[in-house]
Design a protein around this ligand. Structure first.
Ligand code: LLP
Length: 422
C-alpha cells in the first residue's frame, strides 16, 4: 500500500512507480533520466489542501522547484496557483494558460526592467525591499501590492536556504514597517497582501508558528485597511531520508487554521491565507536514474562511477543533502558500503558517501529518490553533457516529456549559441 512519503514503492523486492516496474523503466529508457509521477504530485497538493483547512486557503506552487511544462499543464488543469520569481517564469506560466490572478511574483533584487516587464503581464507583485517599493510606488501609484517582510526567524534545512533573520537579504524588516506605510500613503498604494518565507525544509514547526505570529502581530485594520491575504511562503519539509520522522501536517494545518481564524476575528474580517510550497508538492514524486559504468576497489574503499554527476543533480554537493538511493538491478544483493560518484572532473562530485547498498555491479541502475524538486531545475551543462531526458508517469502511462539531445547536437548548439558557423 502506497503512503505519501515517496512515489516509488516496493512490492516484494521489486520497485514501482504507479504500476510501472522501475527496473523495466530503467532498461527501456536511456539513462540518465528524470522521472516524475504526476498523479502522486497532485495527491501531495490535495493532501496539503485538505490539511490546511482554513476556508480561504490558497496554495501557490513554487514553480522554481520544477518548471517542467508538461507537469505545469497537469497542475494548471488541477487548479494550482503559482509562485514565480522571474519574468520568464511569469511568461511561461501565462503561456501555459495559468490565469493572471493565479500568479504571484516574488523577485529578489528586481531590476527596473524586470519590474516593468512583469507589470505589463498584470500579475500580483510581492515587493521585498524599501528601494524597490519606492521605485514601484513612483511608477505605479494607486495600484495594489503585496509586501514581503522578513519574519525575523531563522529556520530551514541548511544555511543556504534560510531566508529569515536580520542578517539575511530577504524581505523588509518588521521594524521598517512604518517606512512602508509612509511610502504607500504618499503614492496611494493599496497593500492587499503581506508575505513572508522563512526557509526551506523546516523541521521545527515552532519556528513556523513564530514567523506567522511575528507577521500577524504587525497587521491591523488601521495601518492595513486594504488587506486581502497573508502569505506564509513555503518550507514544508519532506522526508529525504526514510529514517526521518515525518512531520504531521494535518496537525500543523489545524493549528495554523485556528491561529489565522483568531487573527481574522481580531482584525475584523475574513482574510485569505496563502502558502507557497515547492518541495512538498514535487520532491518525493520524482527520481533520477543513473547507470554504473566503473567500480574501483581502492584498498577496500568501493568507488562507484556513474554516467551522470552534480551538473545534473547538485543537491548532495551543494547542500550536503541526503538523497536515498535504490539499486533496482540487484535489490537482493549482499550489502556493502559504497561511494557513489559522478562523471565530472571534480573529486567532490559525489552523490552519496559510505552508503550501504545491495552489491553494485557494472551496468546496474541506481535510482536516486526525492529528485522532483530543485534537481532538474538547478541542473547545468557543465563539462558539456546535455541535460538528462525527462519522463512523466501520468495515469499509469509513461510520457516522454523532454528528450536528451545527442552529444553532437550539444556541440552544434554551443557553436550556434555563440554565433559561430560550423
Ligand atoms: N516562496 C518563496 C518566496 C521561496 O523563496 C521559496 C523557495 C518557496 C516559496 C518554496 O520553498 P519550498 O516549499 O520549496 O521549501 N534549492 C533549495 C531550496 C531553495 C528554496 C528557495 N526558495 C533546495 O534544493 O533545497
Amino acid at each position: 500500500m502506497q503512503n505519501l512519503n515517496n512515489s516509488i514503492y516496493n512490492r516484494g523486492n521489486e520497485y514501482f512507480i504507479q504500476e510501472q516496474n522501475m527496473k523495466s523503466l530503467c532498461e527501456t529508457y536511456e539513462t540518465p533520466f528524470y522521472m516524475y509521477d504526476a498523479n502522486y504530485m497532485l495527491k501531495k497538493y490535495d493532501s496539503l489542501k485538505k490539511y490546511l483547512c482554513w476556508n480561504n486557503t490558497k496554495i501557490f506552487y513554487a514553480m522554481k522547484a520544477n518548471y517542467n511544462p508538461h507537469l505545469l499543464k497537469i497542475m494548471r488543469d488541477h487548479g494550482f496557483y503559482l509562485d514565480t520569481v522571474s519574468p520568464s517564469e511569469v511568461m511561461l506560466a501565462l503561456k501555459l494558460g495559468f490565469e493572471r490572478d493565479h500568479i504571484m511574483f516574488t523577485a529578489n533584487n528586481m531590476t527596473d526592467e524586470e519590474m516593468n516587464q512583469v507589470k505589463e503581464q498584470g500579475v500580483m507583485f510581492n515587493i521585498d525591499s524599501l528601494v524597490r517599493l519606492e521605485k514601484y510606488a513612483k511608477e505605479y501609484a494607486g495600484s495594489a501590492i503585496c509586501i514581503r517582510v522578513n519574519p525575523n526567524v531563522i529556520a530551514g534545512e541548511n544555511e543556504k536556504v534560510q531566508t529569515g533573520g536580520d542578517q539575511c537579504k530577504f524581505g523588509i524588516l518588521l521594524s521598517d514597517i512604518p517606512k512602508v506605510l509612509k511610502i504607500a500613503k504618499q503614492h496611494n498604494l493599496r497593500i492587499v497582501g503581506v508575505h513572508e518565507h522563512t526557509g526551506s525544509g523546516i523541521s521545527d514547526l515552532t519556528k513556523v508558528f513564530k514567523s506567522m505570529n511575528n507577521v500577524l502581530d504587525i497587521l491591523n485594520p488601521i495601518d492595513f485597511p486594504d488587506l486581502k491575504f497573508v502569505d506564509f511562503g513555503g518550507g514544508f519539509k519532506v522526508q529525504y531520508d526514510p529514517n526521518e520522522k515525518p512531520i504531521d501536517y494535518a496537525e500543523f494545518g489545524a493549528k495554523a487554521g485556528q491561529l489565522f481564524q483568531n487573527f481574522c476575528m481580531g482584525y475584523g474580517r475574513e482574510l485569505e491565507m496563502y502558502f507557497e510550497p515547492g518541495k512538498y508538492i514535487v520532491a518525493d514524486g520524482g527520481c533520477f536514474v543513473v547507470q554504473v559504468n566503473t567500480i574501483k576497489n581502492n584498498n577496500g574503499r568501493l568507488i562507484v562511477g556513474t554516467n551522470s554527476g552534480f551538473p545534473h543533480l547538485i543537491r548532495p554537493v551543494f547542500y550536503g543533502a541526503y538523497h536515498h538511493i535504490i539499486n533496482v538491478s540487484n535489490p537482493e544483493g549482499t550489502p556493502h558500503k559504497y561511494d557513489i560518484y559522478g562523471n565530472t572532473c571534480e573529486s567532490g562530485d559525489c552523490f552519496a558517501c559510505e552508503r550501504e547498498l545491495p552489491e553494485i555491479r557494472i551496468g546496474d541502475y541506481l535510482v536516486i529518490q526525492n529528485a522532483g524538486a530543485y534537481c532538474r531545475s538547478m541542473a547545468s551543462e557543465y563539462n558539456l553533457r546535455a541535460f538528462p531526458s525527462e519522463y512523466i508517469v501520468y495515469n499509469n502511462e509513461v510520457i516522454t516529456s523532454k528528450k536528451r539531445i545527442s552529444n553532437a547536437e550539444l556541440a552544434e548548439r554551443i557553436l550556434s549559441d555563440y554565433g559561430i558557423e560550423d
